[in-house]
Write a protein that binds this ligand. Structure first.
Ligand code: UD1
Length: 418
C-alpha cells in the first residue's frame, strides 16, 4: 500500500505534457481483437487500467507486448477464448468492451460483470439493448454476461440515455455485422470519435462519430493497423485546474484545445487568464477566483470526470457555487474527504452547494474513486501544510506519474510505502 504526502501551498509554474486518452485506450485495446492480425497502438498512457487490460488479453491467448511504455503491440492471431473471468476483469470498468469485441469477432462472448469506480449503479442495459437488436441473445448467469448470435445483422438502435460505453460497444459489435447499423442519440465524446477512427483505420466503415447519429456499414473483415491515440481530455483539464488552484502559471502541452472548451469557459468565468495555442493552453491565476455554477453533461457539456477537481477549485473561490451532477446519481461521495481539508460543502441529492473558504488546511484523506482522488490531490496542493492521501490504487488506474508531473512544476509530493 502506498500513499501520497503533499506539502501544500506551493505555486505551480512550468510545463506539463498530457498523456494519451485513457478512455480511448481502454476501448481500442479490446477493439484490436476484431482483426485476426497485429495492431500497434501508440501514445498509450502507462496506467494500471491499460496494463490490466493487456494482462487480461494475454490470458485469453492474445499476445500483448509493450514495445515501450506507451506503445502496445497486440497480436490476436492466436486468440483462443471468448470468455473473460471475474478474476481477469474485476479491476476495470471498461472490460465491458470485451463483450462487443468478442461478440463481433466470434458471435459469442462471456464476460464477468465489470469492476472499476463505484459511483452509484452503473447499468449496462443500453449495451444489452444494442447487442439484442443486432440479433444476439444475452443472458446474465452466475455474475457472467453471456452473449451469443448465429449472425449479427445491422439495424437502427436508439439509445434511451446518452452512453459512451453503449455507443462504443455497439460500434464494436456492429463493424463486422451484415448490413448497416445506425446508432441514434449516440455519445459524442472525443474518445468515441477516436475509437471510430481506430476501427476505420482497421478497415471498418463508420461515419458520423462525433455527432449524435453514427452509421456503421458492416465489412467482411478487419486488418491490423498502427494508430496513435489522442491526448487525454480529463488529464489535461486536471492540470489546467492545478494551475488555477495554486494561482500558478502552468502551460499544459499536448492537448486539443477544442476538447477543453467547456473547462476553459468555466475557468475564464472564474477569472483565470488563458492563452491558447494549437496544442497547448497556458493557465495563469493571480487573485482569488470567483464562484461559478456547473452542471455536468455529456460532451460537449462539462465533463462529469472533472467534477471533483472543479469542486476542489471552487472550495476556495470567492462566493457560493452550485454543482449539479446530471450524469451519475452518486458522485459526491468524496465531498466528506474534501471537508476534512476545511471545505464548506453541502450535498443534497445531485446538487452540491460550495461556500468558498479562504484557505484549506492539510489533513489525512482517502481517494474514493479515480477522479475524486485527483480532486483531493489538487485540493492538497492548495492546502496549507501536509496532506496524506491514501487509496492510491484508484489514482494510478488513470493518471500516469501524477506526482512527477506536478513536482516538475514546483509541487512537493512524495510517494511512500505504508
Ligand atoms: C464513461 C467513462 C467515465 C465517464 C462516463 C461519462 C470510460 C471507460 N469511462 O463511462 O469515466 O464518467 O463515460 O462521461 O470511458 N447508463 C445507463 N444504461 C447503460 C449505460 C449507461 O442507464 O446501459 C447511464 C449511466 O448510469 C450514467 C449515464 O448513462 O448515468 C452515462 O454513462 P456512460 O456514458 O455509459 O458511462 P461509461 O461509458 O460507463
Amino acid at each position: 500500500m502506498e500513499e501520497l504526502i503533499v506539502n501544500g501551498g506551493k505555486r505551480l509554474e512550468g510545463e506539463v505534457f498530457v498523456s494519451g486518452a485513457k478512455n480511448a485506450a481502454v476501448a481500442m485495446i479490446p477493439a484490436a481483437i476484431l482483426a485476426n492480425d497485429v495492431c500497434v497502438i501508440e501514445n498509450l498512457p502507462y496506467i494500471d487500467d491499460v496494463i490490466s487490460l493487456a494482462d487480461t488479453l494475454n490470458e485469453m491467448g492474445v499476445k500483448c507486448d509493450f514495445l515501450d511504455p506507451h506503445t502496445l503491440r497486440i497480436d490476436s492471431r492466436n486468440l483462443n477464448n471468448f470468455c473473460a473471468t471475474y478474476e481477469a476483469v474485476k479491476k476495470i470498468r471498461a472490460s465491458y468492451y470485451l463483450l462487443g469485441a468478442l461478440l463481433g469477432r466470434y458471435k459469442q462472448a462471456e464476460v464477468a460483470f465489470p469492476g472499476g469506480c463505484n459511483f452509484g449503479t452503473r447499468p449496462i442495459d443500453q449495451h444489452i439493448k444494442g447487442f439484442t437488436a443486432l440479433g444476439a441473445e444475452v443472458v446474465v448467469e452466475h455474475g457472467m454476461i453471456k452473449a451469443r448470435a448465429d449472425k449479427l445483422v445491422g439495424t437502427q438502435i436508439y439509445l434511451d440515455v446518452v452512453s459512451v460505453g453503449a455507443t462504443i460497444n455497439i460500434m464494436l459489435a456492429a463493424v463486422l455485422a451484415e448490413g448497416t447499423t445506425t446508432i441514434e442519440n449516440a455519445a459524442k465524446e472525443p474518445h468515441v470519435v477516436d475509437t471510430a477512427n481506430f476501427l476505420n483505420s482497421m478497415g471498418a466503415n463508420i461515419k458520423g462519430a462525433g455527432t449524435d447519429v453514427i452509421r456503421i456499414v458492416g465489412v467482411k473483415k478487419l486488418s491490423g493497423t498502427n494508430y496513435m491515440i489522442i491526448p487525454d481530455q480529463i488529464e489535461a483539464g486536471t492540470y489546467m485546474i492545478a494551475g488555477a488552484i495554486t494561482r500558478g502559471d502552468v502551460t499544459v502541452h499536448n492537448l486539443i484545445p477544442k476538447h477543453m472548451e467547456s473547462v476553459s469557459a468555466k475557468l475564464l468565468e472564474m477569472g483565470v487568464e488563458l492563452e491558447e495555442g494549437d496544442d497547448y493552453i497556458r493557465v495563469k491565476a493571480k487573485d482569488r477566483l470567483k464562484a461559478v455554477n456547473i452542471k455536468t453533461l455529456p460532451y460537449p457539456g462539462f465533463p462529469t470526470d472533472l467534477q471533483p477537481q472543479m469542486s476542489a477549485l471552487l472550495s476556495i473561490a470567492e462566493g457560493t457555487s452550485i454543482i449539479t451532477e446530471s450524469v451519475w446519481e452518486n458522485r459526491f461521495q468524496y465531498i466528506d474527504e474534501l471537508k476534512r481539508l476545511g471545505a464548506d460543502i453541502k450535498v443534497e441529492g445531485r446538487v452540491a452547494v460550495i461556500k468558498g473558504v479562504k484557505k484549506l488546511s492539510g489533513a489525512q484523506v482517502s481517494a474514493t474513486d479515480l477522479r475524486a482522488g485527483a480532486g483531493l490531490v489538487l485540493a492538497a496542493l492548495a492546502a496549507e501544510g501536509k496532506t496524506t492521501i491514501n487509496n492510491l490504487q484508484y489514482i494510478d488506474r488513470g493518471y500516469e506519474a501524477i506526482e512527477k508531473k506536478l513536482n516538475a512544476m514546483g509541487a512537493e509530493i512524495i510517494r511512500v510505502k505504508k
